[in-house]
Write a protein that binds this ligand. Sequence first.
Ligand SMILES: NC(=O)c1ccc[n+]([C@@H]2O[C@H](COP(=O)([O-])OP(=O)(O)OC[C@H]3O[C@@H](n4cnc5c(N)ncnc54)[C@H](OP(=O)(O)O)[C@@H]3O)[C@@H](O)[C@H]2O)c1
Length: 283
Amino acid sequence: MTKFSTYIKRMFRFVIKGESKTYVRIDSVKQGDLLLNKNIVITGASSGIGYAIARKCLLENGNVLCVARNSDKLIKAVETLKAETKSDKIKYLNWDIADISMYKEKCHQAVGILGGRIDCLVNSAGITSPLNIENCTPDLWDEIFDINLKGLFFETSEFVKHFINQGTGGNIVMIASQAGLNAQTRPYALSKAALIHLSNGLAKELITYNIRVNTIAPGPTVSEMCVVAPDGNLQGDGRGKRIFLPEEIAETALFLLSNTSRCITGEVITCNNGNSIRTDAFS
Ligand SMILES: NC(=O)c1ccc[n+]([C@@H]2O[C@H](COP(=O)([O-])OP(=O)(O)OC[C@H]3O[C@@H](n4cnc5c(N)ncnc54)[C@H](OP(=O)(O)O)[C@@H]3O)[C@@H](O)[C@H]2O)c1
C-alpha cells in the first residue's frame, strides 16, 4: 500500500516541477491454486514479461519450465523465482529457439523434464528493434524473424504435435505486441503482426483438439527491452499515455492459462490501456 507520505511527496513534486507522474498498484488475482497440477512451458522466462508470468504461475501452484538462451541469466532467474515464490515446482531448459536444428530435441527434453505431460505453452521469447524500412538491414531482419517468428513457429509446431498425441487438449498463450496491430514498417512490428495471424490460424485449426490459442498484445512494458525511470514513474510520452508493468501482463496471462477462460480461444487481448483505439497513441 502506498504510504501517505509518498502521496505528499508526489504532490509537492507536481506543484514544484509541474509534471504529472504515473504510478501503478498491481491488483492481483489471488487464489493460490488456479494452476494446480498444470505443467507450463514458458519461453523467455529469464526476464521481463516471461519472468513475471513464471512468477505468477508458481504462485498459483503450477509446475513451470523456464526456457531462455543465456544459460547464466536463466539459472539466476530460476534461483530468484524459487526464493521469491518459495516454490520448488520450477525447472529450466537452456534453448535458443532460433536454432532450428534443435527444436524437436528440445521439445522432447521439455516434455521429459515435466514428466511426460505439458498442459500450457507461453511464447514470450522475443527481441525488438526500432529500425524500420528506412534503416533495417537484411541481417537484422533475419535475426528478428528467426526468433520472433520462425523459431517460435517450429518450436510451437512440435508442442502442438505433443498436445495432439497426448489427447488431453492444450493451451497456448502468445506474447505479441501492440506494434503488431498498428500500421508500421519495423520488422519487429511485422513479425508480431505475423504472430497474431499465426495465433488466430492455430486457434481455428486446433479447436477440434481442445487446444486453445490466445494472444496478448502488450503496449510498452518495463523490461530489459523497455527501461523506466528509476523512481518507478510510468508516464510515457504525452498526456495520458503510460508504460505498463510485466506483472500487469502476467495477470492477463494467468487468466488465459487458467480454466477460468475455458471458453476463450482465438482472441487477441491488448494490454495497453486502449492505445489501439486511440488516434493519438504511440506505437
Ligand atoms: N517490453 C515491451 O515493451 C514489450 C511490448 C510488447 C511486446 N513485448 C514482447 O514481450 C516478449 C518479452 O519481452 P520482454 O519485454 O520481457 O523482454 P526481455 O526482458 O528482453 O525478455 C526477453 C526474453 O526472451 C528471451 N529470448 C530472446 N531471444 C531468445 C531466443 N532466441 N531463444 C530463447 N529465448 C530468447 C530472453 O532470454 P535471453 O536473455 O537468454 O536471450 C528473455 O528471457 C517479447 O516477445 C516482446 O516482443 C514486449
